[in-house]
Write a new protein. Structure first.
Length: 161
């Protein structure tokens, strides 16, 4: 893939900015707006947790502020030494929601910025967890009565960036 000199310069600046952010905070959060179809939801993911020996974290189907807030909170805990485990339920006393940690089986199609940062091709992608959130009524996507379809929050492996 070839890029014009302006694109290359912009990518170099973005790479330097990201590296500086990760050096200062141990992680960054990348937000990606929704694509054109239900298999391309808005989502956010961390960059930097892989460097701490932990999978990156992804959350789909939430807005920019919620993605940054939730991923930042989880990333801070990981940076402080916490290791998330698939199937684990996350909740905090000051937040009424719940998240379940699930393995993301296709991280090479999702965490593109993390793979660029770590210089890894998609087939050797960094690992990632998807943080699956419950609806305000308390149901998760696998529960009877889940009020949204897959366009609301796709299941791990059923979507790509």
């Amino acid at each position: 893939m070839t890029h014009d000199p302006q694109t290359i310069a912009w990518l170099d600046q973005e790479d330097a900015r990201l590296a500086q952010l990760i050096r200062a905070h141990q992680y960054a959060v990348q937000y990606v707006g929704a694509g054109e179809g239900p298999e391309e939801p808005a989502f956010g993911y961390t960059i930097g947790l892989f460097g701490l020996g932990h999978p990156e974290c992804v959350i789909a189907g939430v807005g920019h502020d919620n993605a940054h807030g939730l991923l930042g909170r989880v990333a801070e805990e990981v940076a402080d030494g916490r290791n998330l485990v698939p199937g684990e339920l996350l909740s905090w006393p000051d937040w009424g929601g719940r998240l379940v940690v699930e393995v993301l089986p296709n991280p090479g199609e999702v965490v593109l910025g993390a793979n660029r940062f770590y210089e890894r091709p998609a087939e050797y992608s960094v690992s990632a967890f998807q943080l699956t959130w419950c609806h305000s009524d308390g149901t998760f996507p696998w529960d009877a009565g889940w009020p949204c379809g897959p366009e609301c929050q796709p299941r791990p492996g059923m979507w790509r960036a």
